[in-house]
Design a protein around this ligand. Structure first.
Ligand SMILES: N[C@@H](CCC(=O)N[C@@H](CS)C(=O)NCC(=O)O)C(=O)O
Length: 228
């Protein structure tokens, strides 16, 4: 199998964590895509994923699977023992519900702020982010408020349960973790008062699948190179 991604970016990091949780990262050939130069918006990449985003999994039969949730579901069920997406109908439902909230309330909100209310990843990519839309920056700033509200929501939740979807680590935790990582890079940091969210984050950061992975430093090298 191949994974088209860019090490260090939040959505690619989700899949790298999943692969490590499942112990199948050695089976993957990683192919780096140049997001900064907007390689993912060009015809060749759009044949793999018409949405023009990373990561994309390519199966050995050539099939392309995009969307982290779908990729995670596939990788988690390959061995017949799902550990991240739920083993029972109830757990599956709870995890998918929280996974969607993690994207909508946090990760996607941070991404929208980053790409629409800041210089984002630079001019090559910004050209694909509706620069002509007059309300874009205002909308982007509201997405920051949405992300901050999302952090408050997850902090409240984690005061009374160990993980985002209950008492077991799941794909929903990985998505919230990636959302906070993206928040760091975009300048939306977890408020000090969010003690449960910070404690949960510290615990997740200690997992072997997360620790010492390049996924923890969001595009640090790229951003530095571009003078951010
Ligand atoms: N919903 C998608 C989101 C993927 C996504 O937004 N990936 C980012 C990298 S972290 C990307 O490719 N951004 C480039 C862009 O927005 O043009 C998923 O779950 O895979």
């Amino acid at each position: 199998m191949k994974v088209f991604d860019r090490p260090g970016f939040p959505n690619p990091a989700r899949i790298r964590i999943v692969l490590a949780e499942k112990g199948i990262d050695p089976q993957i050939e990683f192919i780096s895509v140049d997001l900064i130069a907007a390689e993912h918006k060009q015809t060749e990449f759009l044949k793999k994923n018409p949405s023009g985003v990373l990561p994309v999994l390519q199966l050995d039969d050539g099939t392309y699977i995009a969307e982290c949730t779908a990729i995670t579901e596939y990788l988690d069920t390959l061995d017949g023992t799902p550990t991240l997406t739920g083993a029972t109908p109830r757990d599956k439902a709870a995890i998918h519900m929280m996974q969607r909230r993690a994207e909508s309330k946090l990760l996607d909100a941070v991404g929208n702020f980053f790409h629409h209310a800041t210089p984002g990843l630079g001019p090559d990519l910004q050209a694909y982010k509706s620069p002509e839309w007059a309300g874009r920056e205002e909308w982007g700033r509201r997405q920051r408020d949405k992300a901050i509200a999302g952090m408050r929501y997850f902090d409240g939740l984690l005061h009374s349960q160990r993980f985002v979807a209950g008492e077991a680590f799941s794909m929903a935790d990985i998505t919230v973790f990636a959302g906070l990582m993206f928040g760091d890079a975009a300048g939306i940091v977890v408020p000090d008062s969010h003690t449960a969210l910070s404690a949960w984050r510290a615990a997740v950061a200690e997992r072997p699948s997360v620790k010492n992975r390049s996924g923890q430093t969001f595009v640090a090298d790229d951003l530095r190179r571009m003078g951010f």
